[in-house]
Design a binder for this molecule. Structure first.
Ligand code: AMP
Ligand code: ZN
Length: 113
């Protein structure tokens, strides 16, 4: 996706503070953090969101692996606990249409939801 900013981060066409990368995923700091620590985990394969993703075994496995990066990277970033958020669709508050898991924490004023 040539006009996708997260694909551009994957391709190193625009800068980001990358905290993790492997052959399938990249994690980088959110440019506008909502907590002391706030990063995003994305798949290298362009996928819009959970509303449009295929529900096949490969996709489910990919999302499972992506989710299990959250505790690993949160600990690496010094968090003892964290919150994850996935915005799906315009009406779900999504602004960047390359699926991403928000992972954030560090403050002690998380509102109970
Ligand atoms: P969402 O509303 O779930 O689509 O969230 C998009 C997130 O991407 C927001 O939290 C933005 O602050 C973040 N973001 C947008 N552009 C960049 C960028 N170039 N580098 C890092 N984070 C970004
Ligand atoms: Zn993309």
């Amino acid at each position: 996706m040539s006009d996708c900013i997260f694909c551009k981060i994957i391709n190193k066409e625009i800068p980001a503070t990358i905290i993790y990368e492997d052959d399938r995923f990249v994690a980088f700091k959110d440019i506008n953090p909502i907590d002391k620590v706030h990063f995003l985990i994305i798949p290298k394969m362009h996928e819009e969101n959970l509303l449009t993703a295929k529900n096949d075994l490969a996709t489910r496995e990919m999302f499972g692996e992506m989710l299990m990066l959250a505790p690993k990277l949160a600990k690496k970033e010094g968090l003892e606990g964290f919150r994850t958020m996935i915005n799906s669709g315009v009406k779900g508050g999504q602004e960047v249409f390359h699926i991403h898991f928000h992972v954030y924490g560090g403050s002690d004023h998380l509102r109970k939801i």
